[in-house]
Design a protein around this ligand. Structure first.
Ligand SMILES: Cc1cc2nc3c(=O)[nH]c(=O)nc-3n(C[C@H](O)[C@H](O)[C@H](O)COP(=O)(O)OP(=O)(O)OC[C@H]3O[C@@H](n4cnc5c(N)ncnc54)[C@H](O)[C@@H]3O)c2cc1C
Length: 412
């Protein structure tokens, strides 16, 4: 027997160093704290910058399962009053210069017994709610600190900050977005595809109520989503070639609205801008594996997807719920949360699903973002067929609402 072996400090054994305080990092920290573990959140940006209302112009279509997670984490109450239920979804194929085409894929209201298909939540409400949640739960959150190095030893893991400070735990979680330094330092390779597209996003006010209907128009330059927000407002996510997106960003409001109008249509009456415009470059960024010794990746650090199906954050929150479940089960058994066997359970839970989702969104974008007449005919036929087969439509609807697959307990 080796009497000289160092005694394991139980608190240290359960300490997770989360690099990234965007959306998935704080959500994971809340889930781990709830399970009695000790998370630390580290972010390069000051908290006030991230919580400022003009920081990020996105609005998220949150699937049922994601809303359940936010409820379990005690965050939903802070955003519910500003959330807009998605009651219906209409998908159509657009033609260059002609606007929306005739083939509809329609997910009608009342079709899911669980209620609306999802909820639209604006970043300016969700991000501050998550950051406030960290504070309320007394979770250590170091803001304005950049992680520049990491080490994984046999029983511990540590990170080094730009000012030389070293922090130790047993697990490092990379929640540091699609250019994840955590993944790079751990030697995790990723597939990166630049779509040559950018998404222009903003809120638009309109004359008539949207009735909770979300529209997705597949236009030749890329998809245009019109997503209902609280009040007579909608969020648009307009994917275009990068050159066209740059031109749209440079336009003044009347010119921008004139460019948007033919694609947006007139079903909501007069439109005006209700926020600043933001542009996000689009690409696929998919890590080959989500784990390395004492390292796990969640959210965009693991998989940066095209926003066309509105699944990026939903997939990230699934990672969060699955990793929290795996780590808390390990801790309950008295196991080391950073052990290879523990992390392997996370990889096998999330790896395959996420690769499949990433490839599906990638294929969809390639199929729809062009004006080839043959492909257009095939797309129209495909959308028409899905619409005509109720079983298929229903299973797609349940998939979009995040109600299928092996759901972690926090999402059930
Ligand atoms: C236009 C658009 C619309 C979208 N709409 C939807 C939608 O409707 N539904 C949906 O589910 N998803 C949607 N998404 C996807 C969603 O926005 C992302 O999946 C989500 O924001 C990713 O969050 P994250 O926390 O993983 O990463 P990020 O938000 O990228 O956060 C990473 C954090 O890590 C920090 N960081 C990085 N490096 C370091 C370092 N070295 N040290 C310390 N900190 C560091 C950064 O400061 C940052 O705060 C959309 C995306 C786009 C572009």
């Amino acid at each position: 027997m080796d009497n000289a072996a160092p005694r394991r400090d139980n608190a240290l054994m359960q300490r997770a160093l989360i690099i990234g305080g965007g959306l998935n990092g704080p959500a994971l920290a809340l889930a781990l704290a709830k399970a009695g573990l000790e998370p630390v959140v580290l972010d390069a940006l000051p908290a006030e910058t991230r919580a400022a209302p003009g920081f990020d112009g996105r609005a998220y279509a949150l699937a049922h399962a994601s809303v359940r997670l936010l409820k379990a984490l005690g965050i939903w109450g802070a955003v519910a009053a500003e959330a807009q239920p998605i009651e219906e979804i209409k998908v159509t194929d657009g033609v260059a210069g002609e606007g929306a085409g005739p083939f509809w894929l329609h997910f009608e209201r009342g079709a899911l017994e669980e209620g609306p298909m999802g909820q639209m939540v604006e970043d300016r409400h969700l991000r501050p709610a998550l950051l406030a949640g960290l504070e309320a739960a007394g979770i250590e959150h170091r803001a304005g600190v950049r992680v520049v190095a990491q080490q994984a030893g046999p029983g511990t893991a540590s990170v080094t900050l730009e000012d030389g400070t070293e922090l130790t735990g047993t697990l490092i979680v990379g929640a540091d977005g699609r250019r994840s330094g955590t993944a790079e330092r751990a030697g995790l390779k990723r597939r990166v595809t630049d779509y040559g597209q950018s998404a222009v996003t903003c809120a638009v006010a309109h004359e008539r109520p949207h009735e909770g209907v979300a529209h997705q128009f597949f236009m030749p330059g890329g998809p245009l989503a019109i997503l209902p927000l609280a009040g007579n407002r909608s969020s648009i996510v307009w994917s275009e070639t990068t050159a066209r997106a740059e031109a749209l960003m440079a336009m003044d409001e009347p010119a921008f609205l004139a460019a948007l109008r033919p694609a947006f249509g007139d079903h909501l009456g007069k439109i005006s801008l209700a926020s600043k415009r933001f542009a996000y470059p689009l690409g696929l960024s998919l890590a080959e594996r989500f784990i390395a010794p004492r390292v796990a990746l969640v959210g965009d650090a693991a998989h940066g997807l095209h926003p066309l199906a509105g699944q990026g954050l939903n997939a990230g929150l699934r990672d969060v719920a699955a990793l929290a479940e795996v780590l808390s089960a390990a801790a309950q058994r008295g196991e080391d949360i950073g052990a290879a066997a523990t992390l392997a359970r996370y990889q096998s839970w999330r790896g395959f699903d996420t690769q499949a989702l990433a490839l599906a969104t990638d294929g969809f974008n390639r199929l729809f973002s062009n004006d080839n007449p043959l492909l257009r005919a095939a797309r129209g036929l495909g959308l028409g067929l899905v619409s005509a087969v109720p079983g298929l439509r229903r299973s797609l609807m349940r998939e979009a609402a995040g109600l299928t697959g092996d759901l972690p307990p926090l999402m059930r």
